[in-house]
Design a protein around this ligand. Structure first.
Ligand SMILES: O=C(O)C1=C[C@@H](OP(=O)(O)O)[C@@H](O)[C@H](O)C1
Ligand SMILES: C=C(OP(=O)(O)O)C(=O)O
Length: 431
């Protein structure tokens, strides 16, 4: 297996220009495709997840071009009527492609097969399929009930109300909100049970609005999509930097940068629409010094030189929370991450993977069904070989261990899902 040996980094400093947000890139591509007219999408993320969405749209007959070798793309929308009515789509392990495309294609009146990598076939989708069936969609499971791959056939869209469970993935609600306006009918989406990962719904609503779709809401439990709306291209849309990707550099700054020479990320800041910018608040609670501008965030060590442990609910930032689990190795005391059960159905079972790999560097870890308790080691075990489970965030989080000890990251190429150039960027801030 390929690996990357990271030598100990004594200090970090400097600026990282973040790549585009995965969540915004894939939503914007789909909304641009559903709109009439052209959308210029500027600063699209270059990664496996966005490539899967671009390729799927091309297979559906949506025309797009990359402008030169920039990350700007012109998308020629099809007004919700995909030109290709029969297609087999491969969506890798991209939840932000699989879930919203399932919803859009189930309401689009064609015959489509959707599949992904083996792990995607272990990631649940039953709650979304159940909700779409209530609206008249025809969807069959080709493998295990409740999981991809899926076969979609033309359905008879009916009704004005669907209910969806909120406690497994917010991407099901996102998919429904993005796709139901296609029907032209008025629909109410009722969220059953507690909705997780709420800030991702804010991203969805924000982008829907920019594409001309209004949604009325009753807190987090009911969303009303008035009928007769059409997706309207905003003309041009700029993809802000990825706030989850920012977490690794900000944590590095909080562990190993001085106030005089912090680590700064550009592309996200006070104006961001991504919930993961709130990762910086968790670092602040650990004592880190954080500064924010409209389009940047900077982090450095606490004045005391040592981070302190926290006990926090991380349901609102499940992806960036992984970075806290590793930052906890550098804190005084025992850190508890709560309400993170969704980690179990992401790229890998992240609760189990995180516990296993943290123990390799010497930490004491308690793994609960929906929580993790991390006590740092008295001294780090050098040269731990960290398994990454084909999970980009495992590779990126554990690179922070190199701020204390040499560490080997197995299969570092798995960062390609959202951040192919991650290790080059980390090198640039290593002093
Ligand atoms: O909608 C989105 O862009 C995302 C929602 C979150 O998933 P869940 O809602 O499944 O927690 C997050 O983990 C994922 O990386 C991106
Ligand atoms: C959970 C993640 O991805 P996905 O969009 O595939 O759900 C992630 O990027 O951490």
């Amino acid at each position: 297996m390929e690996y990357l040996d990271l030598s100990p980094i004594s200090r970090v400093a400097g600026t990282v220009d973040l790549p585009g947000s995965k969540s915004i890139s894939n939503r914007t591509l789909l909304l641009a495709a559903l709109s009439r007219g052209e959308t210029l999408v500027k600063g699209l993320l270059a990664s496996d997840d966005t490539q899967r969405m671009l390729e799927a749209l091309a297979m559906l007959g949506v025309q797009w071009e990359q402008i030169g070798d920039s990350r700007d793309f012109r998308v020629h929308g099809c007004g919700g009527d995909f030109p290709v009515k029969t297609a087999d789509l491969f969506l890798g392990n991209a939840g932000t492609a699989f879930r919203p495309l399932t919803a859009a294609l189930a309401l689009a009146g064609g015959t489509y097969k959707l599949e992904g990598v083996a792990r995607m076939h272990e990631r649940p989708i039953g709650d979304l399929v159940d909700a779409l069936r209530q609206a008249g969609a025809q969807i069959d499971y080709l493998g295990v009930e409740g999981y991809p791959p899926l076969q979609i056939k033309p359905g008879q869209i009916a009704g004005d109300r669907v209910a969806v469970k909120g406690n497994v993935s917010s991407q099901f609600l996102t998919g429904l909100l993005m796709a139901l306006p296609l029907t032209g009918r008025s629909f109410t989406v009722e969220v059953v049970g507690e909705l997780i990962s709420k800030p991702y719904i804010e991203i969805t609503l924000n982008l829907l609005k920019r594409f001309g779709i209004t949604v009325q809401r009753n807190g987090w439990s009911e969303f009303v999509i008035p009928g007769g709306q059409t997706y309207t291209s905003p003309g041009e849309i700029f993809v802000e930097g990825d706030a989850s990707s920012a977490s690794y550099f900000l944590a590095a700054g909080a562990i190993g940068a001085t106030a005089a020479a912090p680590v700064k990320v550009t592309g996200v800041g006070k104006q961001s629409i991504q919930g993961d910018v709130r990762f910086a608040e968790a670092l602040e609670a650990m004592g880190a010094v954080i500064e924010r501008g409209d389009n940047w965030i900077a982090a450095s060590m606490p004045a005391s030189g040592k981070l302190k442990a926290i006990d926090m609910d991380f349901n609102h930032i499940p992806d960036a929370a992984m970075t806290i689990a590793v930052a906890a190795l550098f804190a005084e005391g025992t850190t508890t991450l709560r309400n993170i059960e969704s980690w179990r159905v992401k790229e890998t079972d992240r609760l189990s993977a995180m516990a296993t790999e943290l123990r390799k560097v010497g930490a004491t870890v308690e793994e609960g069904q929906d929580y993790l308790v991390v006590t740092p080691p008295a001294s780090f075990t050098p040269d731990a070989a960290i398994g990454t489970y084909d999970d980009h965030r495992m590779a990126m989080c554990f690179s922070l261990v190199s701020l204390a000890a040499p560490v080997r990251i197995l299969d570092p190429g798995c960062t390609a899902k959202t951040f192919p150039t991650y290790f080059d960027e980390l090198k640039k801030i290593s002093v």
